[in-house]
Design a binder for this molecule. Structure first.
Ligand SMILES: Nc1ncnc2c1ncn2[C@@H]1O[C@H](COP(=O)(O)OP(=O)(O)OP(=O)(O)O)[C@@H](O)[C@H]1O
Ligand SMILES: [Mg+2]
Length: 506
């Protein structure tokens, strides 16, 4: 679900970044606050200790022990002050906020601080109890020496225990507040972010997807309505112009298709008509031919009017060919496949063309590859194909030109996708080969404009051509699973290549 939603991905990623930033900020604020509060509590303790020390020194000079006692009791009423006491240089407690301690020895912790005191204030936190202890030495000043021994530098120390609990409570309170604010901020920022992403990203993308689906289903009347001026808006605009272009292309295709359909229908009607006529002409034509031959023999016309007889026979031959062409175009016979040697079929076709070529002084060169495998083909139909192509070449080549015929076995270069319809498996793909039968002439060539039309039925540039030779040939070759390629350079010559599969759709 999340993996498929861009909006969810954006919200989660930005949400994580914001959480981390807010978390780190909150953590830093908590640490700074904690240190600040602790420092303040300690500074307060040191300050109180300093004040008490001054008071005590004063009371000492006046010798008012009772006031010192009361002062200690009163100061202890403060929430922060846990205990205050004064001990002499031997560690014995002289005054204390806790009356029971008077006369007792100070504990090791305070005495330890006093031992290293060297005339300075010493303080340390008692980690376990959360108490901050400050020990201040009481120096033996000249005014003190009225009562105390002059040899002693320090008379004792004032110890003050400050509780850090109130500061800790404040720290916890502040920390909870910061966490609360961080969480509320996070929720608010996430909510605003989600709304913004939905408005600025999800909605336009949904509109795009909706329109794309419509277009996919063939509806080109739709438009993406994105008002944003950002990249998504630009994408919508580009998409709209793409739909418009698609619609135009689609219309053109439809028109073209319609025209093709009309053309095909026209061709079918013409073909039907032509084949009907051809069928009707075929038999009388054979009858006329036979009758002319009988007449020629009977009246010895071959000796007296040989030119006339030859001309009649020539025209009859032409009529016969045209009728045959029309019939095989309109009602093409299904090929009868036999295992055949292509070189043999080519050579037979060359044999029929050679006479005509010699007449026009056109040299024919055969370059047939010996290792051509046998393939399934209809030899008669294939011979007709080769004849059509070679006759075209001979007709287009001037005297002294050349026609080269070659056969070649080549590996199949068309990539075959395994699993595609009609493809049985990888073995098939590896063994697929093709045979190329190429006819190259040095004739007048074909212009680019004509090249597009030469396979169209009835297209001919010749005075007496039916324009069916190549149309019939293509039909036959395609039934063999192959195709015909034509390359030509006007004035230089033409190359027609018949490509047949060794193992194909047959
Ligand atoms: N080798 C070639 N050199 C030049 N033009 C060619 C060649 N082969 C075909 N053509 C062109 O292609 C056209 C169509 O050829 P196609 O064989 O289909 O008909 P045709 O030769 O005109 O008539 P038909 O073959 O029925 O006698 C030809 O009229 C010619 O213009
Ligand atoms: Mg021809």
């Amino acid at each position: 679900m999340i993996r498929n939603s861009l909006t969810a991905k954006i919200i989660i990623s930005v949400g994580i970044v914001i959480s981390v930033v807010i978390g780190v900020c909150a953590y830093i604020i908590v640490i700074v606050q904690t240190n600040e509060l602790m420092d303040r509590a300690k500074r307060n303790g040191i300050y109180i200790n300093h004040l008490v020390n001054q008071y005590v020194s004063q009371f000492m000079l006046t010798g008012n022990r009772k006031e010192i006692k009361e002062f200690f009791i009163n100061i202890n009423k403060s929430e922060e002050v846990r205990k205050i006491f004064l001990f002499d240089e031997n560690g014995r407690i002289v005054f204390s906020s806790n009356q029971n301690d008077i006369g007792m020895d100070a504990d090791d912790f305070h005495r330890g601080l006093f031992e290293n005191i060297e005339g300075r204030v010493k303080y340390k936190v008692q980690e376990k109890s959360g108490i901050f202890s400050i020990v201040t030495p009481i120096s033996n000043k000249p005014e003190c020496q009225q009562c105390h021994d002059t040899a002693r530098a320090t008379l004792g120390a004032l110890a003050l225990d400050i509780s850090l609990v109130p500061a800790e409570k404040e720290i916890v309170k502040n920390r909870n507040l910061i966490i609360l604010f961080a969480l509320v901020g996070l929720v608010l920022v996430s909510a605003v972010l989600s709304v913004l992403v939905v408005i600025m990203v999800k909605r336009p993308i949904n509109k795009l997807i909706g329109t794309m689906t419509e277009v996919e289903q063939g509806n080109f009347d739709v438009k993406v309505d994105i008002k944003n001026k950002d990249e998504l808006g630009q994408l919508g605009n580009s998409f709209n112009s793409m739909i418009a272009r698609l619609e135009r292309t689609n219309m053109e295709l439809l028109r073209h298709h319609e025209m093709q359909l009309q053309q095909a229908e026209k061709m079918a009607t013409i073909g039907e008509l032509a084949s009907g006529i051809a069928h009707e002409i075929k038999n009388p034509l054979a009858g006329i031919g036979a009758a002319i031959q009988v007449l020629a023999d009977e009246f010895d016309l071959r000796n007296t009017h040989s030119e006339v007889v030859d001309e009649i026979m020539l025209q009859l031959d032409r009529l016969n060919k045209n009728t045959r062409d029309l019939l095989s175009f309109a009602r093409p016979a299904e090929p009868r496949f036999l295992s055949g040697d292509l070189n043999e079929v080519v050579s037979k076709a060359v044999f029929f063309v050679r006479k005509q070529a010699e007449k026009q002084k056109i040299g024919i060169k055969e370059e047939l590859e010996k290792q051509i495998p046998k393939i399934f083909l209809d030899p008669e139909q294939m011979q007709q194909v080769f004849l059509n192509i070679m006759l075209n070449a001979v007709q287009a080549t001037p005297e002294g030109g050349n026609l080269t015929i070659s056969t070649q076995k080549k590996p199949e270069i068309v990539p075959v996708i395994i699993g595609a319809p009609g493809v049985r498996g990888s073995k098939d793909n590896v063994s697929r080969e093709r045979i190329e039968i190429s006819f190259s002439d040095t004739g007048k060539g074909i212009t680019e404009e004509h090249l597009k039309k030469i396979f169209n039925p009835f297209f001919s540039t010749k005075h007496r051509g039916t324009g069916l030779g190549l149309a019939i040939s293509r039909n036959i070759v395609e039934k063999h699973g192959g195709h015909i390629e034509v390359k030509s350079k006007p004035g230089r010559g033409t190359n027609v290549t018949v490509v047949l599969p060794v193992k194909g759709s047959i």
